[in-house]
Design a protein around this ligand. Structure first.
Ligand code: UTP
Length: 291
Protein backbone atom coordinates (compact mmCIF):
# COMPACT_ATOMS: atom_id res chain seq x y z
CA UNK A 1 0.00 0.00 0.00
CA UNK A 2 1.41 3.41 -0.95
CA UNK A 3 2.15 5.50 2.13
CA UNK A 4 0.40 8.87 1.97
CA UNK A 5 0.38 10.09 5.57
CA UNK A 6 3.10 11.81 7.54
CA UNK A 7 2.99 12.92 11.15
CA UNK A 8 5.24 15.79 12.22
CA UNK A 9 5.37 16.40 15.98
CA UNK A 10 6.03 20.05 16.80
CA UNK A 11 4.83 20.25 20.40
CA UNK A 12 8.28 20.26 22.04
CA UNK A 13 9.49 23.35 23.89
CA UNK A 14 12.89 23.72 22.19
CA UNK A 15 14.86 24.42 25.37
CA UNK A 16 18.20 23.78 23.61
CA UNK A 17 17.62 26.83 21.48
CA UNK A 18 16.68 29.45 24.05
CA UNK A 19 16.39 32.42 23.99
CA UNK A 20 15.32 32.25 20.29
CA UNK A 21 12.55 29.78 21.16
CA UNK A 22 11.02 31.77 24.00
CA UNK A 23 8.32 33.26 21.75
CA UNK A 24 9.11 31.62 18.37
CA UNK A 25 8.64 27.92 17.64
CA UNK A 26 12.03 26.36 16.92
CA UNK A 27 10.52 24.82 13.79
CA UNK A 28 10.08 28.34 12.38
CA UNK A 29 13.76 29.27 12.69
CA UNK A 30 15.00 29.85 9.15
CA UNK A 31 17.76 27.99 7.37
CA UNK A 32 18.86 30.91 5.15
CA UNK A 33 15.32 32.13 4.29
CA UNK A 34 13.14 29.04 4.74
CA UNK A 35 11.74 27.82 8.06
CA UNK A 36 13.07 24.36 8.98
CA UNK A 37 9.51 23.00 9.09
CA UNK A 38 8.94 24.01 5.45
CA UNK A 39 12.07 22.11 4.38
CA UNK A 40 10.68 19.02 6.14
CA UNK A 41 7.25 19.37 4.53
CA UNK A 42 8.93 19.76 1.11
CA UNK A 43 10.96 16.60 1.79
CA UNK A 44 7.73 14.71 2.58
CA UNK A 45 6.06 15.96 -0.59
CA UNK A 46 9.08 14.90 -2.71
CA UNK A 47 8.60 11.36 -1.33
CA UNK A 48 4.94 11.29 -2.41
CA UNK A 49 3.27 12.20 0.91
CA UNK A 50 0.00 14.08 0.39
CA UNK A 51 -1.49 14.21 3.90
CA UNK A 52 0.41 15.71 6.82
CA UNK A 53 -0.69 15.87 10.44
CA UNK A 54 1.21 18.22 12.71
CA UNK A 55 0.96 17.53 16.43
CA UNK A 56 1.19 21.00 17.92
CA UNK A 57 1.13 22.59 21.34
CA UNK A 58 0.79 26.03 22.84
CA UNK A 59 2.73 28.85 21.20
CA UNK A 60 2.94 27.16 17.78
CA UNK A 61 0.31 29.26 15.98
CA UNK A 62 2.84 30.76 13.54
CA UNK A 63 3.39 27.29 12.03
CA UNK A 64 -0.29 27.11 11.09
CA UNK A 65 -0.18 30.64 9.68
CA UNK A 66 2.89 29.79 7.62
CA UNK A 67 1.11 26.96 5.77
CA UNK A 68 -2.14 28.91 5.34
CA UNK A 69 -3.09 31.45 2.66
CA UNK A 70 -2.24 35.03 3.59
CA UNK A 71 -4.80 37.14 1.73
CA UNK A 72 -3.40 40.48 2.86
CA UNK A 73 0.21 39.64 1.92
CA UNK A 74 -0.86 38.15 -1.42
CA UNK A 75 -2.92 41.25 -2.22
CA UNK A 76 0.02 43.52 -1.33
CA UNK A 77 2.51 41.56 -3.45
CA UNK A 78 0.10 41.54 -6.39
CA UNK A 79 -0.48 45.30 -6.15
CA UNK A 80 3.30 45.90 -6.09
CA UNK A 81 3.88 43.61 -9.09
CA UNK A 82 6.07 41.25 -6.99
CA UNK A 83 4.89 38.18 -8.87
CA UNK A 84 7.79 35.84 -8.01
CA UNK A 85 7.26 36.41 -4.30
CA UNK A 86 3.49 36.00 -4.79
CA UNK A 87 4.01 32.63 -6.47
CA UNK A 88 6.33 31.57 -3.68
CA UNK A 89 3.95 32.40 -0.81
CA UNK A 90 0.97 30.83 -2.60
CA UNK A 91 2.92 27.63 -3.27
CA UNK A 92 3.58 27.12 0.47
CA UNK A 93 -0.16 26.90 1.15
CA UNK A 94 -0.57 24.33 -1.62
CA UNK A 95 2.25 21.91 -0.74
CA UNK A 96 0.02 19.24 0.83
CA UNK A 97 -3.16 18.81 2.87
CA UNK A 98 -1.99 19.82 6.33
CA UNK A 99 -3.99 19.07 9.46
CA UNK A 100 -3.33 19.92 13.10
CA UNK A 101 -4.03 18.25 16.40
CA UNK A 102 -2.99 19.38 19.85
CA UNK A 103 -0.86 17.53 22.35
CA UNK A 104 -2.23 19.22 25.44
CA UNK A 105 0.79 18.48 27.66
CA UNK A 106 4.31 17.74 26.41
CA UNK A 107 4.39 14.20 27.81
CA UNK A 108 7.01 13.01 25.35
CA UNK A 109 7.53 12.17 21.69
CA UNK A 110 5.79 8.77 22.06
CA UNK A 111 2.74 10.50 23.51
CA UNK A 112 2.77 13.04 20.65
CA UNK A 113 2.73 10.22 18.06
CA UNK A 114 -0.09 8.45 19.93
CA UNK A 115 -2.16 11.65 19.46
CA UNK A 116 -2.08 10.94 15.68
CA UNK A 117 -3.88 7.59 15.84
CA UNK A 118 -7.40 8.81 15.08
CA UNK A 119 -6.18 10.75 12.06
CA UNK A 120 -3.85 8.09 10.64
CA UNK A 121 -6.06 5.06 11.32
CA UNK A 122 -5.03 1.55 10.38
CA UNK A 123 -2.44 2.44 7.72
CA UNK A 124 1.33 2.62 7.56
CA UNK A 125 2.59 6.18 7.97
CA UNK A 126 5.72 8.29 8.15
CA UNK A 127 6.98 10.27 11.16
CA UNK A 128 9.38 13.16 10.60
CA UNK A 129 11.03 15.14 13.38
CA UNK A 130 11.61 18.68 12.18
CA UNK A 131 14.82 19.00 14.24
CA UNK A 132 16.47 16.69 11.75
CA UNK A 133 17.20 18.05 8.32
CA UNK A 134 18.38 15.90 5.46
CA UNK A 135 20.14 17.39 2.41
CA UNK A 136 17.46 17.99 -0.26
CA UNK A 137 19.48 15.89 -2.72
CA UNK A 138 19.53 12.85 -0.37
CA UNK A 139 16.44 10.72 -1.21
CA UNK A 140 16.35 9.18 2.29
CA UNK A 141 12.58 8.97 2.75
CA UNK A 142 12.14 7.55 -0.71
CA UNK A 143 14.63 4.78 0.07
CA UNK A 144 12.95 4.07 3.44
CA UNK A 145 9.55 3.78 1.74
CA UNK A 146 11.04 1.31 -0.77
CA UNK A 147 12.36 -0.85 2.10
CA UNK A 148 8.91 -0.66 3.71
CA UNK A 149 7.29 -1.77 0.42
CA UNK A 150 9.72 -4.69 0.15
CA UNK A 151 9.37 -6.01 3.72
CA UNK A 152 5.99 -4.58 4.80
CA UNK A 153 7.50 -3.56 8.14
CA UNK A 154 8.59 -0.43 10.03
CA UNK A 155 11.80 1.27 8.93
CA UNK A 156 13.93 3.77 10.88
CA UNK A 157 16.74 5.98 9.63
CA UNK A 158 20.08 5.63 11.42
CA UNK A 159 23.50 7.28 11.45
CA UNK A 160 26.88 6.33 12.89
CA UNK A 161 27.81 8.49 15.90
CA UNK A 162 30.73 8.63 18.32
CA UNK A 163 30.25 6.40 21.37
CA UNK A 164 30.46 9.51 23.58
CA UNK A 165 27.29 10.80 21.85
CA UNK A 166 25.19 7.69 22.66
CA UNK A 167 23.40 9.46 25.50
CA UNK A 168 21.78 11.84 22.97
CA UNK A 169 20.04 9.19 20.82
CA UNK A 170 18.01 6.02 20.67
CA UNK A 171 20.82 3.48 20.22
CA UNK A 172 20.33 0.36 18.12
CA UNK A 173 21.44 -3.24 18.64
CA UNK A 174 21.70 -4.21 14.96
CA UNK A 175 21.65 -7.46 13.00
CA UNK A 176 22.97 -7.03 9.43
CA UNK A 177 20.47 -7.68 6.61
CA UNK A 178 22.00 -6.14 3.50
CA UNK A 179 24.18 -3.19 2.62
CA UNK A 180 22.97 -0.09 4.56
CA UNK A 181 20.14 -2.10 6.14
CA UNK A 182 19.96 -3.75 9.56
CA UNK A 183 17.24 -5.44 11.55
CA UNK A 184 16.74 -3.94 15.01
CA UNK A 185 17.28 -6.55 17.73
CA UNK A 186 16.67 -3.91 20.40
CA UNK A 187 16.83 -0.16 20.84
CA UNK A 188 17.48 1.82 24.00
CA UNK A 189 16.81 5.52 24.66
CA UNK A 190 19.81 7.69 25.53
CA UNK A 191 22.02 5.05 27.20
CA UNK A 192 25.26 5.90 28.99
CA UNK A 193 28.08 5.38 26.42
CA UNK A 194 29.35 2.21 28.10
CA UNK A 195 25.85 0.68 28.01
CA UNK A 196 25.19 1.46 24.34
CA UNK A 197 24.77 -1.69 22.21
CA UNK A 198 26.51 -0.07 19.20
CA UNK A 199 27.34 3.29 17.66
CA UNK A 200 24.27 3.21 15.42
CA UNK A 201 21.77 5.93 16.37
CA UNK A 202 18.16 6.37 15.25
CA UNK A 203 17.33 9.83 13.89
CA UNK A 204 14.05 11.55 13.15
CA UNK A 205 12.70 9.77 10.08
CA UNK A 206 10.48 6.71 10.49
CA UNK A 207 8.03 4.61 8.48
CA UNK A 208 5.69 2.81 10.87
CA UNK A 209 3.21 -0.01 10.59
CA UNK A 210 0.00 0.85 12.50
CA UNK A 211 0.98 -1.66 15.21
CA UNK A 212 3.21 1.09 16.65
CA UNK A 213 0.02 2.51 18.22
CA UNK A 214 -0.54 -0.76 20.17
CA UNK A 215 3.08 -0.61 21.31
CA UNK A 216 2.67 3.03 22.39
CA UNK A 217 -0.40 2.12 24.44
CA UNK A 218 1.71 -0.46 26.31
CA UNK A 219 4.65 1.90 26.86
CA UNK A 220 5.02 3.32 30.38
CA UNK A 221 6.85 6.64 30.97
CA UNK A 222 10.59 6.06 30.54
CA UNK A 223 13.69 8.27 30.28
CA UNK A 224 12.94 11.73 31.74
CA UNK A 225 9.46 10.56 32.83
CA UNK A 226 8.25 10.93 29.21
CA UNK A 227 6.54 8.36 26.98
CA UNK A 228 9.43 7.51 24.71
CA UNK A 229 8.93 6.54 21.08
CA UNK A 230 12.15 4.52 21.35
CA UNK A 231 10.62 2.30 24.08
CA UNK A 232 7.57 1.64 21.89
CA UNK A 233 9.83 0.76 18.93
CA UNK A 234 11.67 -1.66 21.19
CA UNK A 235 8.36 -3.36 22.08
CA UNK A 236 7.33 -3.43 18.41
CA UNK A 237 10.67 -4.99 17.45
CA UNK A 238 9.95 -7.91 19.78
CA UNK A 239 6.68 -8.61 17.91
CA UNK A 240 7.54 -7.91 14.27
CA UNK A 241 10.70 -7.08 12.35
CA UNK A 242 11.77 -3.44 12.46
CA UNK A 243 14.52 -2.28 10.10
CA UNK A 244 16.95 0.63 10.10
CA UNK A 245 18.42 2.15 6.96
CA UNK A 246 21.80 3.74 7.52
CA UNK A 247 22.82 6.93 5.73
CA UNK A 248 24.98 10.05 6.03
CA UNK A 249 24.15 13.73 5.74
CA UNK A 250 21.82 14.80 8.51
CA UNK A 251 21.79 18.03 10.52
CA UNK A 252 20.24 18.40 13.98
CA UNK A 253 18.92 21.94 13.73
CA UNK A 254 17.62 21.78 17.33
CA UNK A 255 21.31 22.06 18.29
CA UNK A 256 23.07 25.43 17.89
CA UNK A 257 26.30 24.20 16.28
CA UNK A 258 24.57 21.86 13.85
CA UNK A 259 22.08 24.62 12.98
CA UNK A 260 25.02 26.78 11.90
CA UNK A 261 26.49 23.90 9.85
CA UNK A 262 23.14 23.34 8.14
CA UNK A 263 22.81 27.04 7.35
CA UNK A 264 26.32 27.21 5.86
CA UNK A 265 26.10 23.96 3.86
CA UNK A 266 22.59 24.53 2.51
CA UNK A 267 23.50 28.14 1.63
CA UNK A 268 26.50 26.85 -0.36
CA UNK A 269 24.16 24.54 -2.31
CA UNK A 270 21.91 27.38 -3.46
CA UNK A 271 21.89 28.70 -7.01
CA UNK A 272 21.15 32.30 -6.00
CA UNK A 273 23.76 32.98 -3.29
CA UNK A 274 25.96 29.84 -3.24
CA UNK A 275 28.95 31.08 -5.22
CA UNK A 276 29.08 34.52 -3.56
CA UNK A 277 28.83 32.90 -0.14
CA UNK A 278 31.60 30.45 -1.03
CA UNK A 279 33.87 33.35 -2.02
CA UNK A 280 33.07 35.05 1.29
CA UNK A 281 33.94 31.89 3.28
CA UNK A 282 37.24 31.52 1.41
CA UNK A 283 38.08 35.16 2.15
CA UNK A 284 37.12 34.69 5.81
CA UNK A 285 39.31 31.59 6.09
CA UNK A 286 42.22 33.52 4.51
CA UNK A 287 41.81 36.39 6.99
CA UNK A 288 41.62 33.94 9.92
CA UNK A 289 44.88 32.31 8.79
CA UNK A 290 46.60 35.69 8.61
CA UNK A 291 45.41 36.87 12.03
P1 UTP B 1 13.14 16.99 21.63
O1 UTP B 1 13.61 15.87 22.44
O2 UTP B 1 14.11 17.65 20.71
O3 UTP B 1 12.52 18.06 22.61
O4 UTP B 1 11.88 16.49 20.82
P2 UTP B 1 12.15 19.57 22.36
O5 UTP B 1 11.33 20.03 23.51
O6 UTP B 1 11.51 19.77 21.02
O7 UTP B 1 13.56 20.34 22.29
P3 UTP B 1 14.69 20.57 23.40
O8 UTP B 1 15.42 19.25 23.52
O9 UTP B 1 14.01 21.00 24.67
O10 UTP B 1 15.53 21.66 22.82
C1 UTP B 1 11.96 15.70 19.65
C2 UTP B 1 10.72 15.92 18.82
O11 UTP B 1 9.57 15.52 19.54
C3 UTP B 1 8.62 16.56 19.64
C4 UTP B 1 9.42 17.83 19.44
O12 UTP B 1 8.59 18.87 18.92
C5 UTP B 1 10.48 17.39 18.45
O13 UTP B 1 9.97 17.39 17.13
N1 UTP B 1 7.95 16.46 20.95
C6 UTP B 1 8.70 16.21 22.06
C7 UTP B 1 6.59 16.59 21.02
O14 UTP B 1 5.89 16.83 20.01
N2 UTP B 1 5.99 16.44 22.24
C8 UTP B 1 6.70 16.19 23.37
O15 UTP B 1 6.09 16.05 24.43
C9 UTP B 1 8.09 16.08 23.28
Amino acid sequence: MKVQNAVIPVAGLGTRFLPATKATPKEMLPVVDTPAIQLVVEEAVRAGITDILMVTGRGKRSIEDHFDRSAELEHFLEAKGKFDELKQVRAIAELASIYYTRQRDPLGLGHAIACAETHVGDKPFVVMLPDDLVRPRTPLLDRMLKVHERYGRSVLAAIEVGRDEASLYGMIEPEPVEEDLVRIVSIIEKPAPERSPSTLAAIGRYVFTPEIFDALRKTPPGHGGEIQLTDAINLLAQEQAVYALTFEGRFDVGNKLDYLRATVELALDRDDIGSQFKAYLAELARRERLS
